[in-house]
Design a protein around this ligand. Structure first.
Ligand code: SF4
Ligand code: SF4
Length: 254
């Protein structure tokens, strides 16, 4: 397997992964969204809520605030208490969450919870617990998706450089370089096949073909902030490796 990153930031990354099958790419996608242990607010104890929203709505909003998660966290990691105590008039946001663990805090200060009027108050404790996206969306750490990497082949012997495919490509991926056609940034191809159709209309048959490579994928990960996007990818690979090892041990002992 070969991995080449096209982009990499805290919140998202895109990589070209070679040498994997579509089922493996799909397993990686599913594990990222459902089987990576991250913190989220589970039990909310409300001591006072004299604001305009019901306790249930407040608890729902608080539960969906993503929390940062140390990379080595597991379901055995201890729970973390986060307290909130705000008196109105004020907008209560995730900036008001006071965590006992500086490594487990809201991923952003900007999540709104409730707007309190004069004389109103919200006082509660949130129990941050490690869980999995397969149990509830609150523990889903991000999104992952993939597509096949395209193979764009031009019949350079018969191509007459008419330019129809260049005009047809909505992503401007095909360019004329002297007396040859070149493809730039093939990974952005969306398999619309407009180039093939344009060429077939200008000639007797299409001299350009776009096909998905069966074992090369462009993999995209977006993190909600619990951990960097690249860590989601590497943690998911570890989860799959551990599952395969456990299966192998079970088969050996069977
Ligand atoms: S399939 Fe569509 S996006 Fe891809 S190269 Fe052809 S025209 Fe461009
Ligand atoms: S449309 Fe076909 S013949 Fe014309 S430049 Fe493109 S590949 Fe060549």
């Amino acid at each position: 397997m070969k991995v080449r990153f096209l982009s990499d930031s805290e919140t998202s990354c895109t990589a070209v992964i070679e040498g994997i099958s579509a089922p493996f790419a799909n397993a990686l996608r599913r594990v990222i969204m459902t089987e990576i242990p991250v913190y989220a607010g589970k039990d909310i104890i409300i001591y006072e809520n004299s604001g305009p929203l019901f306790d249930e709505v407040i608890a729902h909003r608080i539960g969906l605030v993503p929390l940062t998660t140390p990379k080595d966290s597991s379901e055995d990691s201890k729970s973390v208490i986060i307290s909130v105590d705000v008196a109105g008039p004020s907008m209560v946001t995730s900036a008001d969450f006071v965590s006992e663990d500086p490594d487990v805090v809201p991923t952003s200060d900007g999540f709104p919870i409730v707007k309190l009027g004069k004389g109103q108050r919200l006082k509660c404790n949130i129990e941050g617990v490690v869980g999995y996206g397969k149990d509830h969306t609150r523990w889903q750490p991000g999104l992952a998706s993939y597509k096949n990497y395209p193979s764009i082949v031009i019949d350079t012997v018969q191509c007459n450089l008419c330019g129809s495919c260049i005009k047809a490509c909505p992503r401007a991926l095909i360019q004329k370089d002297g007396d040859v056609l070149t493809v730039v940034d093939a990974g952005s191809c969306m398999f619309c096949r407009a180039c093939e159709e344009a060429c077939a209309q200008s000639n007797e048959k299409s001299l350009i073909s776009v096909t998905p490579l069966k074992d090369v994928f462009i993999f995209m990960v977006e993190s909600y902030g619990a951990m960097p996007a690249k860590d989601l990818l590497s943690t998911a690979l570890m989860v799959i490796e551990n599952k395969a090892r456990a299966l192998d041990q079970n088969l050996s002992g069977a």
